[in-house]
Design a protein around this ligand. Structure first.
Ligand code: SAM
Length: 159
């Protein structure tokens, strides 16, 4: 199963929205701490609604701990970055890839950028800085699920 990893999330509404996305699409979630808000945060829980109880979430106290967990399972780290060159739709996803998004305020540090097995861009019009992190996550997870057959499985389960 795909995992969406949130690197040190700093906006509770966006984190809640992404966890709700994971619940609806059948994607696991990982949170690389520290987050800048507690899981009891009202805005976070409002955005995630009752879906927060419907997903598998792993929490990691640091990026090093997250890397131990990921590498121990032999899973690729696929980073979404405004600094990437490869358009996400040109990438061949695996069903167990870990797709990571950065902080709204600062993306990810260079060391995290360097640790990724792939760095993907959602192409945008020139002169614009970035998408909302949850929007970028939704676009790329949609493509990853489509490529790996999980979207078709969701469709047949719903019919
Ligand atoms: C608001 S952006 C971060 C902006 C930050 N100032 C930077 O330059 O990295 C938050 C996260 O959303 C994702 N993101 C937003 N727009 C993206 C794009 N066009 N391509 C790939 N990832 C994007 C990335 O994971 C990014 O770290």
């Amino acid at each position: 199963m795909l995992t969406l990893a949130l690197y040190q999330p700093d906006i509770p509404q966006n984190a809640g929205t992404m966890l709700r996305l994971c619940a609806c699409l059948g994607v696991e979630a990982a949170i690389v701490e520290p987050a800048s808000f507690p899981v009891s945060d009202r805005a976070f829980r409002r955005a995630g609604m009752d879906y927060l109880d419907r997903i598998a979430i792993t929490r990691h106290v640091s990026f090093a701990a997250f890397e131990d967990w990921r590498r121990g399972r032999g899973r690729r780290l696929v980073l979404l970055s405004t600094r990437a060159a490869l358009p996400y739709a040109e990438f061949a996803f695996d069903a167990d890839d870990v797709v990571m998004v950065g902080r709204e305020s600062a993306g990810v540090p260079d060391a995290v950028h360097a640790a990724a097995d792939a760095r993907l861009l959602v192409p945008m019009r020139p002169g614009l800085r970035s998408l909302n992190v949850a929007v970028a996550a939704a676009m790329v997870l949609g493509e990853a699920l489509r490529q790996t057959g999980a979207l078709a499985a969701l469709a047949s389960a719903a019919s």
